[in-house]
Design a protein around this ligand. Sequence first.
Ligand code: FAD
Length: 541
Amino acid sequence: MMQRKSRSGEVLDTISNFLASPPEGTPAEVIEAFSAPGTTQHLPPKLFLETVEQAPIAISITDPTAHILYVNQAFETLTGYPRDELIGKNESVLSSNSTPIEVYQDLWETIQQRNVWRGKLVNHRKDQQEYLAELTISPVLNPKGSIAYYLGMHRDVTSMHQLEQQLKFQKSLTEAALDAAPMVVAMVGADRKVLLDNHAYKVLIGDFRGTEPATLFLDALEQQIGFDLGNVCQIGEGFTNIEVRLDPPGSSNPRWFACSGVRVAELDEAAQNYFKQSDVARCCLLLIANEITGSRNRINEARLNMIRASMAEQQMVQTMREAISGSIYKLQAPLNVIKAALSMPDSSASQNGLRKVLQQALESGDEAMESLHGALPSPTSEQATVVNINELLHEVIKLSTEKMLAGGVIIDWRPATVLPGITGRANALRGLLKYLLDNAIQALSESDRDYREIRLETRVDGLELVIEVMDNGPGVPRAHRLKAFEPFFCGWTQAKEHAGMGLTMAQEVAIGHGGSVEIDADFLGGCRIFVRLPLNGSGGE
Ligand code: FAD
């Protein structure tokens, strides 16, 4: 107390000078500590000194060589030194050898340039116990502008540091556990920002060429189960094992994931909500995606074998239909001629015999027609379901792989990464795609190109789903572009088993689904066919 009394004027001057022109960069909290409970100008000197004396933060004033002139009560309590033992000593009395020398060098360089230094030092108390001190040192200038004093303020931040370290440890522990997990994990905010992810997730970013996988999963989940991230707070129990298909760019193999989602409520950090819950609840989604491509592929392989068998059967029925329809078509022409001849008025005796013969030919022709119509296998009826065109195309590619390998054809498969399902008849649509792919393969086999490529692309265009089948073969001549859709038109050089019904049937299926098939008239260097199907069609005939 003796020291404080004898130096109180000096302390007051120091602090008043400091507050009159605080150095640039002085933290507001330092100024506030001295200003409370009112402005210093209006505070009686005694009261002002009491305020500094009882401030909760450790305050010291030193000369320009860091020799202590004054310390407040908080300084004594924190360091364990009574002030009598401190006055006249260098602040280095608190120094522990755990602080690197570079930190002190930086401290001194800063304050000697009349700037405020803020940082952390490891100090020790009188009992040698170490603590982490957060310091602010401000130079106080005399009227000539040179440094007269240093004003130091520090507090013990050891427990905060311990908490930070514990938090860091918890975080690295969580991250290590997440990284070791084989499934893809991501915490997604309501604004679709990924707040946390794991190693498997990062690998997936690479597989999808930089596209955020969370966006792909969320788009697919929105299409499949109508999941809306904006309403994540309302998802209740969340969702489990929703199978999602993603088509990576540049790969012909789709990937399958079983997705689960759990709502996680965000903690409100706002000070005003310390005593009450925030009115607006904020949640994020913990998304877990387990890759099931392997098992899905095995199931698909078995499915493909069934499809192969059913398509062979369909093909047989189709060939019969085509052959019988062709015969009906061809038989109709001479029957029409006979009908026309019989309708001519001629009653000469010599012609009577011929008329009889023609009449008999017509009758047996009509009978043959009737039995042909009777033999025409009826088209198979099929229920409409939700189908994924990427999946159908992928199956068709697999079914034609051998043919393409034999013909040296390379396939460039460019599916939309996420494609919405449409209502349609799976077998009919698969047939449509097979006709187009077979045509492209046939076109390439008739071309003399060394490099043979088929490009298959899918995308969503407005309210339509567009499939593009492109080959770099000879292309469809302008004169054939409309005819190609007529029944029994065959423009192939090697017609072989082709009945000329492929495009007719493809168009029939597309129209049956409310869509269209069209040859791109402007395409150069081969043939490009567009199939357009409505996204919200009923899939019925
Ligand atoms: P030293 O060898 O004395 O110093 C280490 C390096 O610091 C030197 O190599 C030199 O680059 C620089 N340095 C030291 N003194 C000076 C100087 N007078 N002029 C220019 N450069 C110098 N230190 C703490 O450890 N804990 C504290 O709480 C603390 N509070 C301080 C409060 C104030 C207001 C001031 C001005 C300084 C404070 N210091 C504090 C710094 C302290 O004065 C010492 O510089 C520091 O403790 C290092 O002392 P040392 O004996 O370990 O090493």
